[in-house]
Every structure is written in structure tokens, then in C-alpha cells.
Design a protein around this ligand. Structure first.
Ligand code: HEM
Length: 491
């Protein structure tokens, strides 16, 4: 217990009565502002947002100490009124406080997506990546949709044992849910989350309440239907019907989760597994345009392994032969983290750190962006340089190691439970696109290069580059024939 006189709070910028620094925080890319605050006030900065305590953590060492080593205290989430209480009815994993139900849900996730399990999903990921190549061949101008479809198809199949092709409007519904979710979770997105007292107002004065509850119904219509459809696909280790939903049904009595919790548990895999892998691959496309030398090096490495004539396509079996590609994929995850403030954590109890008092019920915002742009850890941090990870690669290369050397997957007990699946999804897409296509700047009608700015992002708790035109061409007729040959029958 810390006594009152010992309390020394972390440094803080000037604030206004009642609202604190609420209105100082930009709605787009707040991580840039947080980084600037760090430069002025030091690596940990205290903010007050409408009475809520917030601690910005700009330095990796501080984040690791608080969120990982002291994770027994820093693994809850602030209970958002809009997103957690009304939209998710307290049942969506990412919003949950640390406790029994979270442990059960994360255990179910672990069972399905742990390192030992995800190797078995590689054939599915290879097939999905062939479809991706084929869609690029056929619709090169629709890279954003091609990529979303690719990422969604993998988690949809793993979650419900069903091909997204047969899912009718499901892709559109998933993308609607994901887009809304990343906007709704952004700090400041809903006034009631800054001033929870507004929740006492009656419905007539709180149209947002119905809006959030309608979103819940919308989500349940999809997630519950898919969960119920998967009920009869009884899980056995070798059964084709094996999927996340069927395992959740099989463990129903053990986990004692109700239908809404089970629906959100499996739905969480679909929404989280669609959003950030898509964004990562889109940032890869930006790197491909902006850093042609690195792209060419990766292409040469692939050619040296599978041959340059285009008749053989790289597979997961080539991971250890492609160290530069491994470093390249890791650099994509560092260069433009798709969750630049991870997902803020929340503390349960008072604590003391570096002589500062940190009140219990503080929101901790780990500024991953700032950690990835740290000059000492990553010289020339805004440049895309795979070589920074190339030295010191551990052999044999394990794709799971793509989760290390950066903070893109978050911290401690809340770190991303889908990360081992995610790195496989990202790696096979990157490697096969590099193998099959040349990518460069698109040009306008006068032949001038259309610039690409990876910082021109869609704002939200996660981020992705706004759509930009790019030139993407198949490398040769042999590459094209190979793509068609190997993807025939799975389209
Ligand atoms: C490149 C792709 C991905 C990135 C960059 C990413 C990143 C993250 C980050 C930063 C967090 C928050 C961690 C924290 O609070 O400290 C997170 C949470 C989460 N991710 Fe991922 N993720 C990715 C892919 C996936 C996939 C494929 C799945 C599902 C199969 C998934 C499922 C989840 C879930 C359920 C949570 C919430 C965990 C919790 O609150 O305890 N993610 N992810």
C-alpha cells in the first residue's frame, strides 16, 4: 500500500479542469502525438481523459516491465460503455477484464492456434494464397478486396469449417463488423466512453445506446448462425469437419460458456484474423512500391531456391532456404505496425514504477509505433530495411520467430493469441506475391509516378493504408501458367 505523501505521479502535459487532455488528442494517428509527448515529458506520460487515468508508455523496456513482467496487474481492459457493455454485452474476448471467462476463452484460442497446432493449417494457407495469386491475375486493380478475401477465407474456414466462397454475403458482413469495430474502439470515438456518467441518461437522449445494441444484434445474426451450423460437425482429431466452432461445442460443458460467449469467441477469431493480417499485407504492398531494391533481393532469393523460370512455386517447405524473405516479412511487421497502440491494457491495483505512483484502474497505452521508431533499437527507423533482421537470424528458421524482435502482437497475458497463425498467413502471401509479380508505382495519364504515402492511413484502433494505385504485373507467361495450373480446381 502506498501512502499519500509518497505519491509522485508521472509527468503530464497541462490539462483543463474536468476534461483533462481529452480534446488535445487527435482523432487520427494519435500515436504520433503520443510520441511527441514522450519526447517532451519522458518515456512514460500521464494523461487525464475526462477523469480517467491514462499512462502512455513509449519505451519498450517500460512496456515489457509493466505489461509483461507485472502482467498479473496489467491485463484487464477498460470497460467501454459503447463497445463492451452494449455492443458486446460483456462477452467479446478483446474487451474482457482479466478473470475466469477470459482465461477460458484464451485457453480455447490457445488450443486451436498455439504453435504446435498451426503447422496443420499450412496446406489451407497455401491453397488460400493460390487463390490470392489467381485473383491478382484476374483483378489486379482490386488489391484491397483480394487481400481482405484472402485473410478472411483462412480464418473463416478454420473457424467454421466452411469455404468463404459458399458464405454468400458473409464476407461483406464480416468486413462491415471489422470496419465498425476498429472505429468504435478508438479512444474518443464515443463521448460516453470518455464520460461514462452519460450512461445514466434515458434512451431518448442516448441514441448511441440503441445503435450499439443494434450492432450487437447484427453481429449475433452472423456469429450465432455460423456457430449453430457448425454444431453437428463433431470434432475428432482427423475429421474434416474439425474447426474452432466444433471444438468450442465439444468443450461446452468444460468451459461453461453461454451461446453469446461462444458466438463471440469464434467470431473474434474471424474478425481479428481478417483485419490485421489484411493490413499487414497492404503495408507490404506499400513497401514493395517504395523499396524496389529490397523487393528485388527477396525475388532473387526465391528464384535461387525454386528456379527463375517460374515453373515452381515456393511453399512452406522453403522457409529455411529463404532467410532474406523471413527478414523482409519481419521488417513489414516493424515498419508499419497495424496496431500502433496495441489494444490498451487496464490495471487492477495501485502500483509504483520508477518512483512514480500508478493508480489502480489506469489505462495503459503501449505506443508500439514509438517503440518501432526507436532510433537506437532500429537505426533509420522510418526506412524499410530487411537487413536489420537478416543478421542474427536463428537457424533453422521457424516462422513462429516472426513474432519476435518487434511488438506488433502486443504484450504479456493479452498478447495476440492468433499470432502464430498470423505470421504464416502473412509470410506465404508475401513470398508468393514476390515470386509471381513485379510491383511498382502506378503512373498517371501523363506518365508521372503516382506517389504512395504509407502514412496516409485509415484511422482506428488498428490501421491500414488508404487505397493507392499500384502497378502489379505477372513476371512471365510461365509464372502465369504455373499460377493457373496450381490453382485450377481450388477456385
Ligand atoms: C498480423 C496479424 C495480427 C496482428 C498484427 C495482431 C495484433 C494484435 C494485437 C496488437 C493485439 C492486442 C495485444 C495486447 O492487448 O497487448 C491482438 C489481440 C488479439 N488478436 Fe491479434 N493480431 C493479428 C492476427 C490475429 C489473428 C490471425 C487472430 C485470430 C486467429 C487474432 C486474434 C486476436 C484476439 C482474439 C485478440 C484479443 C486478445 C485479448 O484481448 O486477450 N489476431 N492482436
Amino acid at each position: 500500500m502506498l501512502i499519500a505523501s509518497a505519491k509522485k505521479y508521472p509527468p503530464s502535459p497541462p490539462s483543463y479542469p474536468f476534461v483533462g487532455q481529452t480534446f488535445e488528442i487527435p482523432q487520427t494517428k494519435p500515436w504520433l502525438y503520443f510520441r511527441e509527448l514522450g519526447k517532451t515529458y519522458g518515456s512514460i506520460v500521464r494523461l487525464s481523459l475526462g477523469g480517467d487515468e491514462v499512462l502512455l508508455v513509449n519505451d519498450a523496456e517500460d512496456a515489457l516491465e509493466l505489461l509483461s513482467r507485472r502482467s498479473s496487474n496489467y491485463s484487464s481492459r477498460k470497460q467501454l460503455v459503447y463497445g463492451a457493455k452494449y455492443q458486446s454485452k460483456g462477452k467479446r474476448l478483446v474487451h474482457m477484464n482479466y478473470g475466469e471467462e477470459l482465461r477460458k476463452q484464451r485457453a480455447a484460442f490457445h488450443n486451436m492456434f498455439q504453435p504446435r497446432a498451426v503447422g496443420a493449417y499450412q496446406p489451407l494457407q497455401e491453397r488460400a494464397s493460390l487463390r490470392l495469386l489467381r485473383s491478382i491475375l484476374e483483378k489486379p486493380r482490386e488489391m484491397w478486396m483480394n487481400t481482405k478475401e484472402y485473410a478472411a477465407s483462412i480464418v473463416y474456414m478454420l473457424s467454421y469449417g466452411k469455404d468463404l466462397k459458399d458464405g454468400g454475403e458473409d464476407l461483406k458482413t464480416i468486413l462491415d463488423i471489422v470496419d465498425g469495430f476498429v472505429r468504435d474502439c478508438m479512444p474518443g470515438a464515443h463521448l460516453v466512453d470518455t464520460f461514462p456518467i452519460l450512461d445514466v441518461l434515458p434512451d431518448i437522449l442516448s441514441p448511441w445506446r440503441k445503435e450499439a445494441s443494434d450492432k450487437h444484434m447484427f453481429e449475433m445474426r452472423l456469429y450465432q448462425r455460423l456457430l449453430l451450423e457448425a454444431k453437428d460437425k463433431t470434432y475428432t482429431a482427423t475429421n474434416d469437419g474439425d474447426c474452432f466452432a466444433s471444438r468450442v461445442w465439444a468443450d461446452k460443458d468444460k468451459h461453461q460458456l453461454d451461446l453469446v460467449s461462444m458466438s463471440y469467441l469464434v467470431g473474434s477469431a474471424v474478425e481479428a484474423g481478417t483485419d490485421t493480417p489484411t493490413s499487414t499485407i497492404l503495408f507490404f504492398l506499400a513497401a514493395a512500391v517504395l523499396y524496389p531494391d529490397a523487393y528485388r533481393k527477396a525475388q532473387q532469393e526465391i528464384d535461387s531456391v525454386v528456379g527463375a523460370d517460374g515453373s515452381m512455386i515456393p511453399t512452406f517447405a522453403n522457409v529455411d532456404d529463404l532467410p532474406y524473405c523471413f527478414a523482409y516479412a519481419k521488417e513489414v511487421l516493424r515498419w508499419m505496425p497495424t496496431a500502433p497502440v496495441a489494444f490498451p491494457h487496464f490495471s487492477d491495483r495501485d502500483d509504483e514504477y520508477k518512483g512514480y505512483f500508478i493508480r489502480g484502474k489506469t489505462t495503459i497505452v503501449p505506443n508500439v509505433w514509438s517503440m518501432h521508431r526507436n532510433e537506437e533499437a532500429h537505426p533509420n527507423p522510418s526506412k524499410f530495411i530487411p537487413e536489420r533482421y537478416f543478421e542474427g537470424i536463428k537457424r533453422p528458421i521457424k516462422l513462429g520467430d516472426l513474432t519476435e524482435g518487434h511488438y506488433g502482437f502486443g504484450f504479456g497475458r493479452r498478447s495476440c493469441p492468433g499470432k502464430y497463425l498470423a505470421v504464416q498467413t502473412v509470410w506465404i502471401a508475401i513470398v508468393r506475391v514476390i515470386w509471381g509479380f513485379n510491383i511498382g508505382h502506378a503512373r498517371d495519364e501523363n506518365g508521372n509516378i503516382i506517389p504512395v504515402d504509407p502514412m496516409d492511413c485509415i484511422a482506428g484502433i488498428t490501421t491500414k493504408p488508404k487505397e493507392f494505385p499500384l502497378e502489379i504485373r505477372c513476371r512471365s507467361s510461365v509464372h502465369e501458367e504455373t499460377m493457373k495450373r496450381v490453382s485450377d480446381g481450388i477456385m
